[in-house]
Design a protein around this ligand. Structure first.
Ligand SMILES: Cc1cc2nc3c(=O)[nH]c(=O)nc-3n(C[C@H](O)[C@H](O)[C@H](O)COP(=O)(O)OP(=O)(O)OC[C@H]3O[C@@H](n4cnc5c(N)ncnc54)[C@H](O)[C@@H]3O)c2cc1C
Length: 326
């Protein structure tokens, strides 16, 4: 690990002014500093900031402070009852100890688990722009089939972000230019030729909180994660579904996929294939085909195309069965 300056932020404004790399739970940042993947000159500890509140909004919806821990968010009664997809996504991630440390802001900004990004012996355009991508012709079993480029095929690893994508969350920030609200669907960038630029945040911009819009009554949601082992493992494919039915008629649905794309992957194609139609297995399969249209499998990850389709079909089936039972 390289030497670095450590400072504790006392206020949001002070943190932004200090100019450095923010330290929240540290479960990504400290790992990557030990591996020399990230080498910040200055680390600003944002743990003292008053950003750990989780509150219901007056008009409905939820305001989640950037420092709310993943375990507190997952187990909050409102989240469990009204935003089940978010609670399930969080509880499917990492381990209880990690979830006790990991924060909402840090989770959104966690780094890819691409082996080549995490190992400085290999070329990686995300870690070192212009150095090449070792994954494209390397061992790319865990990599992206959607949203990749000739420069990067690393997946975004967050489960929480996939659920938030289906819930149409908004990220709120404070930066040197003031406050901003950014719809999560516009937050993450495709890698293109600049995979090192992962999101629209400007240098020094701090995530202060995330808001979730209210869900109409009768809305049900679910997160399904498929992985190599049942616990303590990242997704190979996952699906987040938020759906409202009238009888068996799908009035509204929001769908996002994880584990298969370079960013948490909202699928308007799958949503269009379902809205206004009946909740049948045939329509679920059509939606899954639509979601994976344009998938570009690599040498070792072609299985992800079928896996993601099955994850989505099963998630839709589960969500709409729950609705029928309820
Ligand atoms: C062994 C292991 C297994 C894991 N398994 C999973 C899994 O299955 N699913 C999953 O989704 N995740 C998993 N994770 C990742 C884990 O969820 C993240 O490491 C965690 O959510 C990051 O949050 P943090 O608060 O620790 O972030 P930190 O490590 O403190 O920060 C992460 C990044 O976010 C930046 N940052 C933090 N807060 C802010 C803010 N408020 N504003 C701006 N920038 C900020 C930091 O500068 C840093 O770049 C796993 C991690 C480990 C170590």
């Amino acid at each position: 690990m390289q030497e670095f300056r450590y400072r504790q932020a006392k206020t949001v404004e002070g943190a932004v002014r200090a100019g450095g790399t923010y330290l929240a739970g540290g479960t990504t940042l400290v790992d990557l500093m030990k591996l020399n993947v990230l080498q910040p000159a200055t680390v600003i500890d944002v743990n003292p900031l008053p950003l750990a509140q989780l509150e219901a909004l007056p008009g409905g919806g939820l305001r989640i402070g950037a420092m709310v821990r993943n375990s507190d968010l997952a187990n909050h009664p409102v989240v469990k009852q009204q935003y089940a997809v978010l609670s399930e996504a969080l509880l499917s991630g990492a381990s209880p100890q990690l979830r006790n440390m990991a924060t909402t802001g840090g989770n959104l900004l966690q780094k890819t688990r691409c082996y080549y990004y995490r190992d400085t012996n290999y070329a990686c355009n995300k870690r070192q722009p212009g150095s090449g991508c070792s994954a494209i012709d390397g061992y790319n079993r865990i990599h992206a089939v959607l949203g990749g480029s000739a420069d990067c095929v690393a997946t975004h690893p967050s489960d929480m972000a996939v659920a938030m994508m289906a819930l149409e969350a908004t990220v709120h920030t404070q930066g040197p230019q003031g406050e901003r609200a950014i719809a999560l669907k516009d937050f993450y960038l495709l890698p293109g030729t600049t995979p090192d630029k992962e999101n629209v945040l400007e240098p020094g911009e701090l995530i202060t909180h995330v808001t979730l819009p209210p869900l109409q009554s009768g809305t049900r949601s679910h997160y399904l994660k498929l992985r190599d082992r049942a616990q303590y493992e990242f997704a190979l494919a996952s699906a987040a579904v938020v759906v409202r039915l009238r009888g068996r008629h799908i009035e509204r649905v929001r769908i996002a996929l994880g584990g298969v794309a370079t960013r948490p992957w909202r699928s308007p194609e799958a949503e269009r294939a379902l809205e206004g139609r009946e909740a049948t297995m045939e329509n679920f399969r059509k939606a899954a085909d639509a979601a994976m249209t344009g998938a570009k499998p690599l040498k070792y990850n072609a299985f992800k195309v079928e896996l993601a389709k099955r994850a989505l079909v099963r998630a839709l089936e589960t969500t709409t069965q729950t609705e029928r039972a309820g």
